[in-house]
Design a protein around this ligand. Structure first.
Ligand code: FES
Length: 130
C-alpha cells in the first residue's frame, strides 16, 4: 500500500468540483494508455477568468485527488495564471505522491491546460504565453 499524504486521502474521499459543466466553454481530455485512466476537465470562462472548473475522472485514487486539487487551484484564476499551474505544483499542494503515482499527477494540469486551449481555440484567441 503506497503511503499517501493525509491531503491526498482527504481529496480522494471528498473530491471537490466533480461533475460536468453542460455548457462548458472548453473541454480537455487526457488519458494514460498504461493504466487506462481518463480525466476530463470542463471550464467556464468569464472575461479572462475561470468562473467554474469541474472534472470527471475515471481513475485511481491519486488521479481523483489530483483532479480535485487542480480544479480548486484553478477556479477564479485568470487563464494565464491557470496555464502556469504545473503538475509539480499540484503534487506539492497534495503533500507529495508516492513515486509510482507520479504519472497520475501528470494528468491533472495537462487536462486543465487542454480545456483552456480548447476554449481559446473556439474563441479564436491566442494561447497566453507562459
Ligand atoms: Fe493511472 Fe493513477 S494509476 S492515473
Amino acid at each position: 500500500m503506497p503511503a499517501y499524504s493525509e491531503k491526498v486521502m482527504e481529496y480522494f474521499m471528498n473530491p471537490r468540483n466533480v461533475g460536468e459543466i453542460p455548457d462548458a466553454d472548453g473541454i480537455g481530455e487526457v488519458g494514460n494508455p498504461v493504466c487506462g485512466d481518463m480525466m476530463t476537465f470542463y471550464v467556464k470562462v468569464d472575461g479572462d477568468r475561470l468562473a467554474d472548473v469541474k472534472f470527471k475522472t475515471f481513475g485511481c485514487g491519486a488521479a481523483i485527488a489530483v483532479s480535485s486539487m487542480v480544479s480548486e487551484m484553478a477556479k477564479g484564476k485568470t487563464l494565464e495564471e491557470a496555464m502556469q499551474i504545473t503538475n509539480k505544483d499540484v503534487a506539492q499542494e497534495l503533500g507529495g505522491l508516492p513515486p509510482n503515482k507520479y504519472h497520475c499527477s501528470n494528468l491533472g494540469a495537462d487536462a486543465l491546460h487542454k480545456a483552456i486551449e480548447d476554449y481559446l481555440q473556439k474563441a479564436g484567441k491566442e494561447s497566453p504565453q507562459v
